[in-house]
Design a protein around this ligand. Structure first.
Ligand SMILES: [Zn+2]
Length: 528
């Protein structure tokens, strides 16, 4: 049966401008979605925005706007950034859309009817910033929010509660039966030790202190807690409880569909504890994996608007192109760990992997094919007297295999390391085989094997990297004389370029002068 793949980003909160950290997470999801499409899997990629809550209501008022006007404007900016980054999402869900609002209300009503939600009164430590109640143990003696570390205060309100106790055993079973449900594993342990072991309270799922949210149909002075609202986006976007639920059946209810949520560490609790419980209460399948990505930070720590250290991706895209920015994001930070953005590393990464590796290989190879073969790639042959041929052949086969294994396990960085091994090996192969010496020999077979091996290495590199280099990969194929369409099925066909006329163009990734470019980036980012 055909495999399916459903991947989601977190839905972003429209309170501040998106920075390179958001671009990082969305790019990783995009790379994974493109990989599955390339492999021929039925793929669906969702992103969106989380548009309710007290903070939005306040920010809108500060800007003399209605909350709806306020979020409408910000969402335009979100969509523009994803377009600039070549993000290939199939849908964009906004939690203020009718389709979403209705689904959330239906779910809430269903929970009420099934006694999963009850009306009670809550008194507890409340963090206004996180809109969350905490227990005595969690706020500690200093009464600080365990999430944002701001002071909390005692608060009391009539509220609806979700019975977490009813689903706690189910949750622990999920953790036990699927060891990759939350990865990296440290995140799972954090959930158990920080939140579950100290005793999980019933979750307060309504608010009366503000009105910008989805009203509880049965009791409209309550609005539904933003997290119950927001998490539902993953299924409301597929049409759950709506007239047309084709996508929901095709992706969420399909056992052959791998469902992956990618999220940041700060929202793990909601995804790893409450979301599985909600799904259990709805009697729906769970996602297969929740992947917690690391943070992309600057030298002075986590990027935040208040610190003024956020990095805007636009100037980088304008100056170095979308391929370079996507490549940097996907390659530099190991998926799951934290990483640091520095101008030096940005320039070095582009020079090392794109200019020296693939760009250089393309340039050298096409120049030689022009010179020795009048610009037509000869028929692929292997020279049994040349040990380097079989070594390069093996490198290609191994790299493709490793690339697939890594991507099937969501390890984008490792997959790119595997893909770029081919270019590195091929560049070395030029030095080992010295084609300029072979060209002087009467027997042209050795030269032919070298030229065709190089051209084929470029072909495989371009196909593998196409999930990241959305534009330059096509350019590589065009320069090789192909039509620019990427076809994964032919990746191991060594004869794909036989008798093809090349079309050498400008260098793809000119080498950057480190001193000049680092200074330029520092100025444009306003960093020291
Ligand atoms: Zn807080």
């Amino acid at each position: 049966m055909k495999k399916s793949f459903y991947i989601t980003t977190p839905i972003y909160y429209p309170s501040a401008k998106l920075h390179i950290g958001h671009a990082y997470c969305t790019t990783l999801c995009d790379v994974l979605a493109r990989y599955h499409r390339l492999k021929g899997d039925d793929t669906y990629f969702l992103t969106g925005s989380d548009e309710h809550g007290m903070k939005i209501e306040k920010n809108a008022a500060l800007n003399n706007k209605s909350p709806q006007e306020f979020v409408d404007e910000i969402v335009v900016g979100f969509k523009k950034l994803w377009k600039a980054l070549d993000i290939s999402n199939d849908d964009y869900i906004r939690t203020t859309e009718k389709r979403h609002v209705e689904t959330v209300q239906k779910i809430f009503s269903y929970f009420l009817k099934n006694n999963d939600i009850y009306l009670g009164e809550y008194e507890g430590w409340y963090c206004k910033e996180c809109e969350a109640f905490w227990t005595d143990i969690q706020v500690g003696e200093e009464h600080l929010c365990p999430d944002c570390h701001r002071p909390v205060s005692k608060a009391k309100e009539e509220a609806y509660f979700f019975k977490t106790s009813k689903y706690l055993d189910d949750l622990l079973k999920i953790y036990d039966s699927n060891e990759k449900f939350i990865t990296p594993e440290s995140r799972k342990n954090e959930m158990i030790n920080t939140f579950i072991k100290p005793g999980l309270e019933d979750l307060c799922v309504s608010r009366t202190s503000f009105s910008w949210g989805i009203p509880v149909k049965e009791n409209p002075k309550h609005v539904i807690y933003v997290w119950l609202d927001a998490l539902v986006n993953y299924i409301s976007a597929l049409g759950y409880l709506q007239k047309d639920d084709t996508l929901f059946k095709k992706f969420w209810l399909n056992d052959n569909c791998e469902k992956v949520h990618v999220l940041g560490a700060d929202i793990t609790r909601f995804h790893a504890i409450y979301w599985p419980m909600f799904l259990k209460a709805l009697n729906l399948p769970l996602p297969n994996r929740e992947f917690v990505h690391g943070l992309l930070m600057t030298k002075d720590g986590k990027m935040s608007k208040s610190k003024g250290n956020t990095i805007d991706p636009y100037p980088l895209i304008e100056e170095y192109g979308v391929d370079a920015v996507r490549y940097y994001l996907a390659r530099e930070v190991n998926f799951g760990s934290d990483g640091q953005f520095t101008p030096e590393q940005f320039v070095e990464r582009i020079n090392m992997d794109l200019a020296n590796n693939i760009g250089n290989l393309l340039n050298r190879t096409l120049s030689m094919i022009n010179k020795y073969y009048d610009g037509v790639i000869p028929q692929f042959i292997s020279n049994i007297n040349n040990p380097y041929d079989s070594d390069l052949d093996q490198t290609i086969i191994n790299s493709v295999k490793e690339y697939e294994e890594c991507l099937n396990d969501l390890r984008v960085t490792d997959a790119l390391i595997a893909a770029t091994k081919i270019g590195a090996r091929a560049n070395k192969y030029i030095d080992e085989t010295t084609p300029w010496v072979l060209a002087k020999q009467e027997d042209k077979t050795p030269l032919q094997s070298v030229m065709t091996h190089l051209a084929y290495s470029l072909y495989v590199s371009a196909v593998l990297l196409s999930i990241v280099l959305t534009r330059k990969s096509k350019e590589i194929l065009l320069q090789l004389g192909l039509d620019g369409n990427i076809n994964y099925e032919t990746i191991l066909n060594q004869h794909i370029l036989d008798n093809v006329k090349i079309n050498k163009g400008l260098p793809l990734f000119p080498r950057l002068d480190e001193t000049i470019e680092v200074e330029k980036i520092k100025q444009m980012m306003n960093i020291k």
